[in-house]
Design a protein around this ligand. Structure first.
Ligand code: BG6
Length: 466
């Protein structure tokens, strides 16, 4: 394979706090709204067990170091660091992350840290009613300030809010605790407050930590037109502008794409956008863009008289159970006959990552970091190495396309596999596995067993270094 990757390329892997740490009420941590929304069929919090990174971080980071990782992307848990009150620190939580950073330093691994990956503490949810209330933005900023003060000397790459676009499109993670209808009504306000929080965090980072870099994280889904019928192209543009461009313009250029705001405004209440908000949004200049990529979409024209259909994701992992959405007079999504799908009906499309990188780069010309890319599989181990050849093929294909994107001129800083170890999937529980390292949920000690893909990735990093 032609090696286009620069020597200082950040090869790495990702996790997020609420999906991997466990220990959800330990050492002063309170529950988050994401904890509440992730229950198994018996009503138990599945991330209460999770992969227990909280107690295994030393072993996990050692494995990361041995793999040759240059970067580790994880999140700081707000309910661990500032559980109760604005500005009131939980020293045990802060100590935990210092210990994580100590371990990373030992192995020369650069931390890239998300400040919000879905875990709003229930304490703040109860006090302010959630992200639809601006006071939650102030609370987030109090948390961010603590993170910058405390870790600013040790962390030089910050991400503000994980995937506001995907949160807007699909909700979940506790944003819809009061029901889907309420969330739908509020989602433009929630998104506006995410944008304000992002802009304030970017500005505060530049003010307090002039050497640090900060940016947003998007979950980008490139869209193909089903055919060369001109209306199919319009349909593809319609959905791409609604799920990708609208958010990028807001978070990167501080600009609302008005006609899309109005489109969403048909079913959601419009947020109050003050002149001050507009000024703030425009004042925040990100240093880089983080992108999460899993799949692409195909769109075709949907006639005005068609019946609307909501997207119904395949949550059970049984191939072929996903129902594609239809938005009359705008677009509908459909299967891609050229691509295989995962058991959760996500299209496996390595070229799509190259498409995404080019589309985003040519719009913003900022360096890009892939913070998530990976594939979920049904896997089981009785102690032996999992032979996850499908994951290896997926990662290999996507990494090759990243190399081509670099050749195309994209400034790509690094690539992180989602996920370093098996963890709780956001929508589908612990048994939708993404990890390079298997976690045995059946045993109390959550035994770690590196998969074949771990060995493969280690070799890849070694080869690319030379
Ligand atoms: C991204 C999120 O949207 O996709 C992760 O940032 C998530 O938190 C990942 O785990 C995969 O999605 P899922 O629903 O399969 O866990």
């Amino acid at each position: 394979m032609k090696n286009n990757f620069p020597k200082d390329f950040l090869w790495g892997a990702s996790i997020s706090a609420y999906q991997a740490e466990g220990a959800i009420q330990e050492d002063g941590k309170v529950l988050s709204i994401a904890d509440l929304s992730t229950r198994d069929e018996n009503g138990n919090c599945t991330n209460a067990i999770s992969s227990d990174f909280y107690h295994h971080y030393k072993e996990d980071i050692r494995l990361m170091g041995e793999m040759g990782a240059k970067v580790f992307r994880f999140s700081l848990a707000w309910p661990r660091i500032m559980p109760e009150q604005e500005g009131v620190r939980n020293e045990a939580g802060i100590r935990f992350y210092h210990q994580v950073l100590d371990e990373l330093e030992k192995y020369g691994i650069t931390p890239v840290v998300t400040l919000f990956h879905y875990d709003l503490p229930v304490t703040f949810q109860e006090r302010y009613g959630g992200w639809q209330d601006r006071r939650t933005v102030d609370a987030y900023m109090a948390f961010v300030r603590i993170c910058f003060e405390e870790f600013g000397g040790r962390i030089h790459h910050f991400l503000t809010i994980n995937e506001p676009d995907i949160l807007f499109m699909y909700g979940g993670h506790g944003l819809d605790l009061d029901g889907r209808d309420k969330w739908k009504k509020d989602r433009l306000k929630i998104n506006h407050n995410f944008a304000l929080a992002h802009a304030r965090a970017v500005n505060l980072c530049h003010e307090m930590l002039p050497d640090a870099k900060v940016g947003p994280v998007f979950g980008y889904v490139p869209v193909y037109a089903e055919s060369c019928r001109p209306l199919d192209k319009i349909a593809a543009m319609n959905i791409s502008e609604r799920q990708n461009h609208f958010f990028q313009e807001l978070f990167l250029n501080g600009r609302y794409v008005r006609h899309i705001l109005e489109f969403y405004g048909k079913e959601s209440e419009l947020p109050e956008i003050t002149e001050e908000d507009e000024k703030l949004l425009r004042s925040a200049h990100s240093d880089f863009i983080a992108l999460n990529y899993y799949k692409s979409d195909v769109a075709k024209w949907c006639e005005e008289e068609a019946r609307a259909q909501e997207m119904q994701g395949n949550v059970g992992g049984k191939k072929g159970t996903c129902v594609y959405p239809k938005v009359p007079g705008c677009y509908e999504l459909c299967a891609n006959p050229y691509l295989e799908r995962t058991d959760w009906d996500w299209e496996i499309d390595p070229t799509g990552i190259r498409v995404m990188l080019r589309e985003v780069y040519q719009n913003y010309y900022l360096p890009i970091l892939i913070t998530e890319n990976g594939v979920a599989c049904h896997e089981h181990s009785e102690g032996e190495e999992v032979q996850d050849d499908a994951r290896i093929a997926y990662l290999d294909g996507h990494i090759r396309e990243c190399g081509k994107a670099i050749e195309d001129g994209v400034e790509l800083m690094g690539y992180c596999v989602w996920s370093f170890l098996d963890l709780m999937s956001t929508g589908h529980g612990a048994y939708k596995r993404y990890g390079l390292v298997y976690v045995d949920y059946e045993t109390e000690e959550r035994k770690r067993i590196p998969k074949k893909s771990y060995r493969w990735y280690k070799e890849l990093i070694e080869n690319y270094e030379v």
